[in-house]
Ligand binder design. Structure first.
Ligand SMILES: Cc1cc2nc3c(=O)[nH]c(=O)nc-3n(C[C@H](O)[C@H](O)[C@H](O)COP(=O)(O)OP(=O)(O)OC[C@H]3O[C@@H](n4cnc5c(N)ncnc54)[C@H](O)[C@@H]3O)c2cc1C
Length: 450
C-alpha cells in the first residue's frame, strides 16, 4: 500500500472527524496514527438507561449524498442501510401553531411549502458539492455551486433576512427559522444557507437501520482495514506543531504531518498558546428516558423557542433563555429530549428549576404532562459533559462565526501552519455529520495536492 509520497500522519481526536479522515489518508497510502483521549466516537457514544441502549449525540443523518461521496473515495459499498426517519423532520410546534415538515399535500400550507421546495431543492447537488469541495476560486465545481447558491440567496445574508424576504406565513417562517439552530445560532446570526435546510433535507432525513452507532462502527472498520493505528484512551498532552511532534505523557512521537480534529482552543492549549475566547455556538442538555411501555408520541417533535430575540439575547450572554428549542425523539420505549442551552459549560441537572420548567413546557405542548416522571430511568448529558470532550463551554459546533465567515462556501483555515492541518466541527461551522465527512474529503484532497 505504501507509495511514493507516503507520510507519517498523526491525527488528534478520535471523534467522527478524526476517524473519517484517518481512513481516507490511509486509503492513499499514508501511515496514520490516531490519538483519542477516551473511547473512539467522541460525541457519538452509547448510554445504558433502564436496561435500554441509547446512541448519544447525533440522531439525524442528513445529506446521504455526502456519505455516498465519502464511500466512493474509499471504494466501499454502503452497508449502513439508511432508513428514512418516520415523518421526516417531525411535527414543529411554534407560537403560531403546529406544522409537520415536510408539509403534507393536504395541509393548508402545502402550497407555500411547494413554492419553498421548488426554489431550494434544485440546490441540493450544489450544496453537496460545497460540502465536499475545497473552497478555491480556481475550482470550477466550487465556483459553479457557489453561484447557484448565491442566486437563491439573492443577497440575503442571514437566515432571518432570507425567510423574511420570502413572505412565508408566520407559522412556516418560524418552523424554518428554528432550523437555523443547526448552525448553533439564532436565525438573526446564522448564515442564510441554514434557512434552506428544511427544504434540502426534509425528504431524505434518515438513520442507519442498526442505529447511529453503526456509523461509528463503519468508520472504525474502514480505519482498521487500512492499517490505521487507533490509539484510544491515549490523550495528547502536548503538541509541537513546528516539529509535528506529540507528547503522550512520557512518550514523544514525531510525524511528518499532524491533523487536529480538536477544537482550536483545545489545540492551542496543547501548544502552550493563549486560548482565544470568542462567542460559541450553543450546547445541549440531552435527556434519555426509558419507559415500561411504548411512548405514544410522533417519532420526532420540535418545540420551538417562542421568541428568537429573547433566545439570542440569552444564549449570547450564556444565560438560560426563557424558553428554548426542544427536539424530541420517541421510539418504542425510548424517549430522547434535547434541550438547546448556552455554551456555558455548566453542570445542569434534571432537578434544576430551569430544566424542570423546560421539561414541563415541552410536555404541555406535546400534550403529555408528567411523562418524564413516569419513566423507569432517566439520564442526562449536558454542557459540562460536552466541554470535557474538548469544546469550550460544551458548544456543539465550536466557535460562532459571523455569517460572512460561516457556511461551507468561504475559505476555511484547513492548514494552520506548515505541518499542521485541522478538520472537524471546528472548521465547519454548522457542524454535523455531512460537514464532518465532507470536511474530511476536502482535507484529504488538499493534503494530497502538497
Ligand atoms: C446532543 C447532540 C446532538 C447532535 N445531533 C446531530 C444530528 O442530529 N445530526 C448531525 O449530523 N450532527 C449532530 N450533532 C453534531 C455531531 O455529533 C458532531 O458534529 C460530531 O459528532 C463532531 O465530531 P468531531 O469529531 O468533530 O468532534 P468530537 O466528537 O467532539 O470529537 C473530538 C474528540 O477529541 C478527543 N480529544 C479531546 N482532547 C483530546 C486530546 N488532548 N488528545 C486526544 N483526543 C482528544 C475527544 O475525546 C473527542 O473524542 C449533535 C451533537 C450533539 C452533542
Amino acid at each position: 500500500m505504501a507509495s511514493t509520497g507516503q507520510r507519517s500522519i498523526g491525527i488528534l481526536g478520535g471523534g467522527l472527524a478524526g476517524l473519517a479522515l484517518a481512513a481516507l489518508l490511509a486509503q492513499v497510502g499514508h501511515a496514520v496514527t490516531l490519538y483519542e483521549a477516551g473511547a473512539l466516537g467522541g460525541k457519538l457514544g452509547q448510554l445504558e438507561v433502564g436496561g435500554l441502549t441509547f446512541s448519544t449525540g447525533p440522531s439525524l443523518f442528513t445529506f446521504p449524498g455526502v456519505w455516498r461521496r465519502y464511500l466512493t473515495a474509499l471504494g466501499e459499498a454502503d452497508s449502513l442501510d439508511l432508513q428514512p426517519f418516520p415523518a421526516g423532520l417531525g411535527l414543529h410546534h411554534t407560537p403560531f401553531g403546529s406544522v409537520p415538515l415536510p408539509v403534507p399535500p393536504d395541509h393548508l400550507l402545502a402550497g407555500e411549502w411547494a413554492r419553498y421546495v421548488n426554489l431550494v431543492r434544485p440546490l441540493r447537488p450544489h450544496v453537496e458539492t460545497l460540502l465536499t469541495t475545497p473552497p478555491r476560486l480556481s475550482d470550477p465545481a466550487f465556483v459553479q455551486a457557489s453561484a447557484a447558491l448565491g442566486q437563491v440567496l439573492a443577497g440575503h445574508l442571514t437566515a432571518q433576512r432570507w425567510t423574511d424576504a420570502q413572505r412565508f406565513s408566520p407559522l412556516l417562517a418560524h418552523a424554518i427559522q428554528t432550523h437555523a439552530l443547526n448552525a448553533g445560532l439564532g436565525p438573526q446570526d446564522a448564515p442564510a444557507l441554514y434557512a434552506l435546510l428544511p427544504a434540502l433535507i426534509a425528504d431524505e432525513v434518515s438513520r442507519p437501520a442498526r442505529g447511529m452507532g453503526a456509523l461509528l462502527n463503519e468508520l472504525i472498520r474502514f480505519c482498521r482495514d487500512r492499517g490505521v493505528w487507533l490509539r484510544s484512551h491515549t490523550p495528547v498532552t502536548q503538541l509541537d506543531a513546528a516539529r509535528a511532534t506529540v507528547r503522550l505523557g512520557s512518550e514523544t512521537v514525531r510525524h511528518d504531518l499532524i491533523v487536529s480534529a480538536l477544537d482550536p482552543a483545545r489545540r492551542a492549549e496543547l501548544s502552550g498558546r493563549a486560548v482565544r475566547r470568542g462567542p460559541r455556538t450553543v450546547s445541549g442538555l440531552a435527556i434519555y428516558a426509558a419507559f415500561a411501555d411504548a411512548v405514544l408520541l410522533p417519532a420526532t417533535s420540535v418545540v420551538a423557542p417562542t421568541n428568537f430575540a429573547d433566545f439570542r439575547a440569552a444564549t449570547r450572554s450564556t444565560a438560560l433563555p426563557p424558553d428554548t428549542l426542544a427536539l424530541v425523539h420517541a421510539e418504542e420505549r425510548k424517549l430522547a429530549l434535547l434541550l438547546t442551552v448556552p455554551a456555558s459549560g455548566q453542570q445542569l441537572s434534571l432537578n434544576d428549576a430551569w430544566v424542570r420548567g423546560q421539561i414541563e413546557r415541552t410536555e404541555r405542548v406535546l400534550g403529555v404532562p408528567g411523562l418524564l416522571d413516569s419513566a423507569l430511568d432517566v439520564r442526562a448529558l449536558g454542557p459540562a459533559y460536552y466541554a470535557a470532550l474538548g469544546t469550550p463551554g460544551g458548544s456543539i459546533y465550536g466557535a460562532a462565526q459571523p455569517f460572512w465567515r460561516a457556511g461551507p462556501f468561504h475559505p476555511q483555515p484547513y492548514r494552520v501552519s506548515g505541518k499542521l492541518w485541522q478538520v472537524g466541527t471546528a472548521v465547519h461551522p454548522g457542524g454535523g455529520i455531512p460537514a464532518i465527512l465532507g470536511g474530511a474529503l476536502i482535507v484529504r484532497k488538499l493534503i494530497q495536492r502538497r
